[in-house]
Every structure is written in structure tokens, then in C-alpha cells.
Design a protein around this ligand. Structure first.
Ligand code: DQQ
Length: 548
């Protein structure tokens, strides 16, 4: 019989109860109660960003301005689905990235250059401190064009009104690009020559998915560089590019968008896989070239999240000198469920991101403000967990929790040997070796959103393998038992955690944010993230369980 050699397991649980008493959040909450059905309330998140009702997708133009965080997002004011040509920019503000006050939509289709939708884009803070938005408009003919918008009154702290100048679009569709393959301008940065640059996603005829660079001195006239910043020959259309500098490896300080910085990160959302990939590389702001440290097809780069997250976007937060990332976590049940709920789509929690000590991967961690939501703390020290040992965490609300666990594995040498081809497809490996398949070191982790009879549960767990004289840690979120309902997407999600567990004394951490229909996990100190959407039936009455 397989032996679980996880002998010492120190487990610390921090539990948070929401909703906070902030007036702004209460206002959102009351609105939501008015528009959602019972099912919508059950699965509605409590501390992941959601508008009161309707459809949301990509995060747009996040920024910090005059003491407030602004968050914009793709929003359909008319319904719970994406596609009726009326996409707008929803707008909320916050002082702490946690409690949000909803405002009217900032951008709505209104002019010939965006008559069929205001699609994704980004904010740039100009040297005088005022913001400018670049966004994709779907114009009256259905072309994707790039537009600018400015606040009507830059000293209004809420930036409620936005002006779209007559001279839009500032970048029409180029001749070598199809009218519907040209979108999602990035935040602009200044190059050494004093010109602004932006990256725009496109598919160039006969060439491939591309991150094009445009240069401008005034945000009005833009000139395209002859060469794209990055070309993904085999990947098809790419979306929502993000290019930003990072500090030295291991330094958590974020940097504003600019050409300066020893290393940059390029992130692209790839349409045919619906995944966000990133790579660390060297950007030269004179030649406008980017040399990735990993030259593979971008679909082999690292992923920001190995679960259900897309179209992410980061911004620099000068108030805390950090870079913060948002990502869209779509529903994964059905459109008819969306219609019943009255809403669709959540955002991940805002995550601080920085370059790991290894200089190759990003680390991600919920912004510290999320911890202000912890209202009741339960600490546990479990000296030893043996095979099959399941310890219930009593006294917490299983549908809404912030769980931090530290596992110590004293006998790594017992780990099962890794078969080399397992490295190629960790997701399938998580399916093959699910939470109930015993191994030598693991599975160990959490069972969240579990019904009393365990018919429903979501497993977030690790497994350690031996490869020659090194160890590999697999992280999985297995949804196969997350709901007894049919018609819900219930895959295993998985990835290897790129860390030397032996050098860390056999210690590995897991943080999981449970929020009704969201299970957002950070493995190995945020080296590997997996966000899942779950739809358990049992949680109707809030009576859900949590186990280690
Ligand atoms: N969503 C937006 C586009 C973007 C896509 C439209 C990515 O601008 O390419 O809602 O999810």
C-alpha cells in the first residue's frame, strides 16, 4: 500500500468573513440582491470584483489616480451575454482595492468610431499626472480601430465623464490586417527618444499573431514600427498584450511602464487556447526589440494562471510601489445558468506581481489589503498527517475563507519516480493521479467547498515526484467532484511548481481563497496559481466544509 510520507504538517488557517461594513460595498451588495435570483446569490462572489448585474469580461485601464484606484471592465449594460454589440467600459473606484463603489459606465458606444462597441484598452498616466485611455472601438462598419479618450475634468477625483475627441480613430486598421484582427492597445511607455509607444495585438496576413508597436509624440498621430515586438507564427490571433519592466530578481518593488529596467515581461492572451502566457526577456527601447529568454512558441511559455483566467492586465501602483495584476475568470457552467443568475463573470483578486529570485518566473500574491477582510482567525498545528488522513477545520464558514497552509515533508527521498513524459502534460497527470489516488509523497492539500457526505468537494493538492536526484512538485485543482450537477465544466487543472523543495527544507505553502464559486490558489509562495470556478449544489444553505 502506498505510504504518505507527509509526517509533519503545520497548518495555519486565516479565515475571513465578508462583507465588510463599508458603505460603498454595501451599496453594491444591496444592488446585487435586487437583481439576482436565489441561485445567483448562492454562487455570487463576496470579495471578488463583480458589477451588480450583467456580463463582464476583460479588466480594462486599471490605474491609481489622485488617491483612488479606478477599475474599468468590459461590460454589457443590457444583459448577461457578451455578444450584442453594446460592450461598454464599466467603472468602479476604491480606496483599497477591496471595497468598490460603482459608477456609471465610463465609455459607451456613441460615435461612428465605436458605434458597435468599446472594447479592451489601457490607461496611461501622463507626466502631468492626468490619465488618458486608449481603447479599441468597433466602428460603424465593424472595423476594429484604436481610439483615445480623456477625462472631461482631470481634477474630478471620480473621473466620471470621459471625452472622446472628434479626431478618433487615432489608428485605423492597417492594410495587411483583417478588420477584426486588430485590438487591445496597451499602456503607453516613453522610449529613450522621447516618443510614446504602445503595443497592439493583431494577426498579420500570412505571418501570424503579432504584438505591433506604434510610436507617437502626442497620442494623436501614431506610426507603426516596421517590425512587431513579438510574432507568434503558429498561434493565430493574440489579444490584450502587456509589456512591463520588473525589478531585479527577488525584489518585490514594481516599476512604472517604461523602456527602462533590466528585464521586461511580455504577456499575451492567445485566442485559440484562451490562455494567458508570459515570458521574461530583454526589451531595448531604442530599437524596440524584445528578446525573450525562452524562445519557444508563446503557447509553451509560462502561464499566469493554470486555471480559468484570461485577458489579464497589470498596472503600476505608485502609492505602494508595486505592480498589480487583474484577470477575468469567466463562468464555466452554461449560458442558461447565466440567464437565471442575472450576471456572468468575476475578476481574480488583485495580485501583486514581481520577478522571482530565479529571474525566470513571476510570483503572484493577493494584495495585502485582502487581509483586512479576515475577521476570524483559526490556527491549527497538525503534527502528522498520514495516508488518508482528513482533518476538518471546524468553526469556519466553508463558502468564504482565506486559507494559508504550510506543509513540511520530511522524507522527500520516498517520492515516486517521475516519468519524463509526465512533464509534458501536468493537467492530464492531475486527472490521472487525482486526489484519491495514493502516492508516496502526496497527495496532500485542501478539500474545499465540501458537502457533509463528501459527494461534492474541490481538491487543491500537491504531489512530489523524484527525477534523478531532484524533486518536482505537481500542483492540482481537481474539479471532477466539485459539483453533482451535469453540464458544468469540471476539469482537473494542474502545473508543476518551479521550486527546489529540497532547498526549501521540504516546505511548501498553499494559499487558497474560497469565495462561493471561486477557488483561487497560490502554490509555492505564488509561483503557480490556479483559479477555478465551482458550482456545488450543497452550498445552497452555506453549510460547506473545509478539510486539510
Ligand atoms: N475581449 C475584448 C477584446 C479582447 C477580448 C472584447 C479578450 O478587446 O480582445 O470584449 O477577451
Amino acid at each position: 500500500m502506498a505510504r504518505l510520507s507527509l509526517a509533519a504538517c503545520a497548518v495555519v488557517f486565516h479565515l475571513c468573513l465578508l462583507i465588510s461594513s463599508s458603505a460603498s460595498l454595501r451599496w453594491l451588495s444591496d444592488k446585487s440582491a435586487a437583481v439576482t435570483t436565489a441561485g445567483g446569490v448562492r454562487t455570487r462572489s463576496a470579495y471578488h470584483f463583480q458589477p451588480a448585474k450583467n456580463w463582464q469580461n476583460d479588466p480594462n485601464g486599471p490605474m491609481y489616480h489622485n488617491g483612488l484606484y479606478h477599475f474599468f471592465y468590459q461590460y454589457n449594460p443590457d444583459g448577461v451575454t457578451w455578444g450584442n454589440g453594446n460592450l461598454s467600459w464599466g467603472h468602479s473606484v476604491s480606496v483599497d482595492l477591496v471595497n468598490w463603489f460603482a459608477l456609471d459606465a465610463a465609455l459607451q458606444p456613441s460615435r461612428s468610431f465605436d458605434a458597435n462597441g468599446c472594447w479592451s484598452g489601457s490607461a496611461t498616466i501622463l507626466p502631468d499626472g492626468s490619465p488618458v485611455m486608449l481603447y479599441t472601438g468597433i466602428d460603424a462598419r465593424g472595423d476594429q480601430v484604436q481610439n483615445v479618450a480623456f477625462p472631461k475634468n482631470a481634477s474630478d477625483p471620480l473621473l466620471v465623464e470621459w471625452v472622446k475627441p472628434e479626431y478618433n480613430p487615432v489608428i485605423p486598421v492597417p492594410a495587411d490586417i483583417k478588420r477584426d484582427d486588430f485590438r487591445d492597445p496597451s499602456t503607453a511607455w516613453l522610449g529613450a527618444d522621447g516618443l510614446w509607444r504602445i503595443a497592439v495585438a493583431a494577426r498579420v496576413h500570412d505571418v501570424g499573431g503579432a504584438t505591433l508597436i506604434y510610436r507617437s509624440k502626442d497620442f494623436l498621430r501614431w506610426e507603426r514600427n516596421a517590425d512587431p515586438l513579438y510574432l507568434a507564427h503558429a498561434a493565430g490571433m493574440v489579444e490584450c498584450p502587456d509589456l512591463f519592466p520588473v525589478s531585479e530578481p527577488g525584489v518585490e518593488v514594481g516599476l512604472p511602464a517604461s523602456g527602462a529596467g533590466a528585464r521586461h515581461v511580455l504577456k499575451m492572451s492567445v485566442m485559440d487556447t484562451v490562455q494567458d502566457y508570459y515570458v521574461v526577456g530583454r526589451y531595448d527601447d531604442t530599437a524596440d526589440t524584445f528578446v525573450p529568454e525562452d524562445d519557444d512558441d508563446c503557447r509553451s511559455w509560462r502561464r499566469l494562471d493554470y486555471g480559468h483566467v484570461y485577458a489579464s492586465k497589470s498596472f503600476f501602483d505608485p502609492s505602494k510601489n508595486r505592480r498589480v495584476l487583474w484577470g477575468w475568470a469567466n463562468e464555466s457552467d452554461s449560458v442558461s445558468d447565466d440567464l437565471v443568475r442575472g450576471w456572468s463573470g468575476v475578476q481574480t483578486v488583485p495580485r501583486k506581481i514581481w520577478l522571482d529570485e530565479d529571474g525566470k518566473q513571476l510570483r503572484q500574491w493577493p494584495v495585502e489589503e485582502i487581509e483586512t477582510l479576515r475577521s476570524k482567525r483559526v490556527n491549527l498545528l497538525i503534527p502528522e498527517v498520514n495516508a488518508g488522513g482528513v482533518n476538518e477545520i471546524i468553526g469556519v464558514m466553508g463558502t468564504q475563507a482565506d486559507v494559508e497552509v504550510v506543509f513540511e515533508v520530511p522524507a522527500l527521498e520516498h517520492a515516486d519516480v517521475l516519468e519524463p513524459n509526465w512533464l509534458l502534460d501536468p493537467q492530464s497527470l492531475c486527472g490521472e493521479k487525482g486526489a484519491s489516488v495514493p502516492g508516496s509523497v502526496g497527495p496532500f492539500g485542501l478539500l474545499v467547498m465540501a458537502s457533509g457526505d463528501m459527494q461534492e468537494h474541490t481538491a487543491v493538492f500537491f504531489r512530489v515526484f523524484r527525477q534523478n536526484d531532484k524533486y518536482k512538485v505537481l500542483m492540482c485543482t481537481d474539479l471532477s467532484r466539485s459539483s453533482t450537477r451535469d453540464g458544468v465544466y469540471k476539469p482537473p487543472y494542474g502545473a508543476f511548481v518551479d521550486m527546489d523543495i529540497e532547498a526549501h527544507g521540504g516546505i511548501i505553502s498553499l494559499r487558497t481563497l474560497v469565495d462561493h464559486s471561486v477557488v483561487e490558489s497560490f502554490g509555492g509562495g505564488g509561483r503557480t496559481c490556479i483559479t477555478a470556478r465551482v458550482y456545488p449544489e450543497h452550498a445552497e444553505n452555506g453549510n460547506s466544509h473545509l478539510y486539510v
